[in-house]
Design a protein around this ligand. Sequence first.
Ligand SMILES: CC(=O)SCCNC(=O)CCNC(=O)[C@H](O)C(C)(C)COP(=O)(O)OP(=O)(O)OC[C@H]1O[C@@H](n2cnc3c(N)ncnc32)[C@H](O)[C@@H]1OP(=O)(O)O
Ligand SMILES: O=C(O)CCC(=O)C(=O)O
Length: 396
Amino acid sequence: MAPNNEYSRNEMMDFIDIEPLDIEICDVTLRDGEQTPGVAFSKEEKMDLASELDAIGIEVIEAGFPVVSSSEKETIKEISNMGLNAKTCCLARSIIGDVDAAIDCDVDIVSIFIALSDLHLKHKYHRSCSDVLGCSMEAVEYAKDHGLKVRFAAEDATRTPIPTLQHAFQEAEKYNVDYVSIADTIGILNPSTTKYLVEKIKEKVHTPICIHCHNDIGLATANTLAAAEAGAKQLHTTVNGIGERAGNAPLEEVLVALRVQYGIENYDTTHLNGLARKVEDYSGLTTPVNKAIVGKHAFTHESGIHVMAILEEPRTYELFSPEMVGGVRNLIVGKHTGLKALKGIIKDMGNSLEHEELCALMEKIKNCTEIKRGISRPRLEEMIDDIRSCKRDDEI
Ligand SMILES: CC(=O)SCCNC(=O)CCNC(=O)[C@H](O)C(C)(C)COP(=O)(O)OP(=O)(O)OC[C@H]1O[C@@H](n2cnc3c(N)ncnc32)[C@H](O)[C@@H]1OP(=O)(O)O
Ligand SMILES: O=C(O)CCC(=O)C(=O)O
C-alpha cells in the first residue's frame, strides 16, 4: 500500500488473521448520548447534529426515544423527514404503544429492546423470561407488520445466560428481524469475551448483529472493534463518548481506529473535531484535554525532542494528522522546550535569533514563573524583544 501522509497504518495487522470487516455505524448520540444525566438537546440541536453525522457518512442515526415526550417524538419525525442519506432509527420498549410512536415518527428502523438477564427480570420487570420475551415478540411482529425494519435489542445481554440470548435471538429471527443487538449495558465485556459472545451468537443466528458497548471500565472502543473482528455488522457509537455513566464507544475513536487499523476509508473524518465542539456546546459536557482525537491536547506538543522531530515530519509523533480529523496542531513553549524546537517555533513566528540570543531566551523560558501553563505567543514575543534590547544595550 502506498505511504500516505494522513496517518501511519498499523502494519502489524497484516500478520493478524482476520476477515476484512463488513460494518456500518449506528450513532446513538441523539438517544443514548442524550441519556447522559442533565443533557437535553433542543430540536434544532438534534437536527444540526443529525446533518453532521450524515455528512460524515454514518449509515444509521438513532434519533431518540419517542415516548419520552411529545417534543421528542416531533423532533424524531422531523429528523426522519430531513432527506438524509442515513437511515433513521428510534428506540421502543417491548410495548405496542411504543411501536406505534415509532411508526408515527416515520423512522426506517425501530429498535425494540428487552432485558433477559436474571437481575433485570427479577428486579425490574418482576416477570418470567418467557413472559417478557413473549411480549417482546408481539411488539416485533407488530412492527414488522407495519413495514418497519426492526432491531431486536437484548438489554443487559452480557449478563444474560448465553443459551437464553441465543434462544431470544432465534425467536426474533422467526419474525425476520433485520438486526439483533448485543447490548453491553453496564460495560462488563473485554475484547476476548466480546469475540467469544459474538461467535456464540453467530453459531445460532444469521441475522446481522449489532454491538452496543458502554465504557464503564474504558473498554468500549476496544470491545466494539473486537466485535467487528468477530463479525458484528452494526457498531454503536456516540460523539465524544457521551452517554449513561461513563458513556458509550466514542464515534471519533471507532472511526479513526477503523481507518488506521482496518483500512476502512468510508467516513469523512474531517468533521470529527467540529462535531465534537458542537456536542460539547449543546450538551454542556466538556471533553477532557487528553481525550483521543478530539481533546484539546490531541495535537498539542511541548517536549523538545518531540517538537524538533515534528517540525521536520509530524508523523514522528502523531499517528494521524490533525487535518484528517478537522483538528489543528499546537506547539507549546514551556519547561520541556529544547533549543531546536524553540528555533523552529520562532522561525514559524517570523523571527530569527543568533545562537547566544536563543540560549538566553531559553534560560528566560526555563526560569519563567508563568511556565506552568506554557508561554503564550505574545509573551514569547515580549521575551524576544527583551533579549534583543539587552543585546543592543550591550553593543552600545
Ligand atoms: C438501556 C437503556 O438505555 S433503556 C432506555 C432508557 N431510557 C429512558 O428511560 C428514557 C427516559 N425515560 C422516560 O422518559 C420514562 O421512563 C418513559 C417515558 C420511558 C416511561 O415513563 P413511565 O410511563 O412514567 O414509566 P416508568 O419510567 O415509571 O417505568 C418504566 C416502565 O417501563 C417498563 N419497561 C422498561 N423497559 C421495558 C421494555 N424493554 N419493554 C417493556 N416494558 C419496559 C418498566 O418495567 C416499567 O413498567 P411498569 O410501569 O409496569 O412498572
Ligand atoms: O442495543 C441497543 O440497541 C440499545 C440498548 C441500550 O441502549 C443499552 O442497553 O445500553
